[in-house]
Design a protein around this ligand. Structure first.
Ligand SMILES: [Zn+2]
Ligand SMILES: [Zn+2]
Length: 397
């Protein structure tokens, strides 16, 4: 019985064959580029000058290098998938059982013997959309003819062959030789006849004396060459990231400027910053607690409300506003847990924002942020010498 699963080296050979075919199909583009590039160099300039080598590397990676690395990295996974796929095909065939005993399609008798099971697409026109199903081939001991059935007992129907001239179903005769099956079709209506020849002889493999050498090279068996390609790819990735970062800095210059201009008072400086406006509004005895140092820095504060006619709600609300406005242009903020009040004693907490991302967020929330400057032509300074990095980012040379 036909099985799908093969030895592991079969899949390895298949995968590497694809890699070598890919490389042979593409290396020509690189060689052509390389030769034309060399021709156009100014007199006396060497092709391995750093700038030239850089350009050639980009072109090599784009035409072939990146794909070789990708195929190198995906090899194990792809082979594992192929093996799993074939194993599951074999499992599906092994587990298949006919749901009822079928009758011979020719003499309608019972007692057929299974001679083959295979996987087929059931619907003719959607070849690869529907899952494959198991088709049973059975031999009739009475009339000696074969019948085919799907697992659920439905008889297999051959798609009728139609005459290309009048679309009538044609009759056919098959002759078999050592290497070919020849099917001769005859149209009963218009008498048109045609034939089809199927090659069944073992395909002769063309000798490929360079295969093992190309395989070792393009499948990156050589560690030095492999590491070299990985390093080039990493270099481009780093460069592209740097380019993106620079562009982001340029695009958001107004935000970075505002972060730079933001006041970042030390903890001691918070005392005059807060106590002065608070005292003017009747909050006295301002104190800072010991700071809580963690990933973020928090500092608790307290004061006393000296105005006897101010109630709990108003006192908290006024203090909140004062603290918020005093801190507005700094990297400190009143914590959202707010301010508590008891018998004219008020306390709350402020938090410092330190990291660049946090500061950017603070600035972006601020109403005072200047609008983005769109007139800047900072990115157009190049003289047109830009190149696309392998990931699509433009590199300005
Ligand atoms: Zn029969
Ligand atoms: Zn016809």
């Amino acid at each position: 019985m036909y099985t799908h699963l093969k030895e592991r080296h079969y899949y390895e050979d298949l995968y590497d064959r694809f890699t070598v075919d890919y490389a042979r199909d593409h290396i020509g583009y690189y060689d052509k580029f390389h030769d034309e590039f060399k021709e156009k160099l100014p007199k006396g300039e060497k092709i391995d000058r750093p700038g030239n080598a850089f350009l050639l590397n980009i072109f090599y990676m784009q035409t072939i290098g990146n794909e070789l690395l990708r195929r190198y990295e995906n090899r194990e996974q792809q082979i594992t998938e192929w093996i799993a796929r074939d194993e599951s095909k074999d499992d599906q065939i092994a587990a298949a059982r006919l749901h009822e005993e079928p009758l011979c399609s020719h003499c309608k008798k019972q007692g057929l013997r299974i001679i083959d099971k295979s996987l087929m697409h059931r619907r003719e026109n959607s070849k690869y959309d529907d899952p494959e199903e198991v088709l049973f081939m059975l031999k009739c001991p009475h009339c000696d003819k074969n019948s085919a059935f799907w697992e659920d007992g439905t008889a297999w129907k051959a798609k009728p062959t139609l005459c290309p001239k009048c679309s009538t179903e044609v009759t056919h005769k098959t002759t078999e030789s050592k290497r070919f099956i020849t099917i001769r079709y005859n149209c009963p209506k218009c008498k048109h006849s045609f034939k089809e020849k199927l090659n069944i002889g073992a395909k002769e493999e063309k000798p490929d004396p360079d295969f093992e050498k190309d395989r070792a090279h393009y499948c990156l068996h050589d560690k030095e060459f492999r590491d070299h390609l990985f390093a080039i790819r990493q270099g481009f990735k780093d460069m592209a990231r740097l380019g993106r970062e620079m562009k982001e800095k340029q695009d958001n210059k107004h935000i970075y400027d505002a972060v730079k201009e933001m006041k970042k008072p030390k903890i001691a400086e918070l005392i005059p910053l807060l106590s002065e406006p608070l005292e003017k509004a009747g909050y006295i005895e301002f104190h800072l607690d010991k700071p809580e140092m963690g990933r973020d820095v928090y500092v608790g504060f307290s004061c006393l409300d000296s105005k006897s006619d101010r109630n709990d709600y108003d006192s908290r609300k006024t203090l909140k506003k004062l603290v918020e406005s005093a801190l507005e242009e700094t990297n400190w903020r009143l914590m959202s847990d707010g301010i508590s009040y008891r018998l004219g004693y008020l306390n709350g907490r402020v938090k410092a924002y330190e990291g660049e991302e946090d500061l950017k967020k603070l600035v972006m929330k601020s109403k005072k942020l200047k609008p983005k400057q769109t007139s800047s032509k900072g990115t157009d300074k190049s003289d047109g010498r830009t190149l696309k990095a392998p990931d699509g980012t433009e590199i300005i040379l």
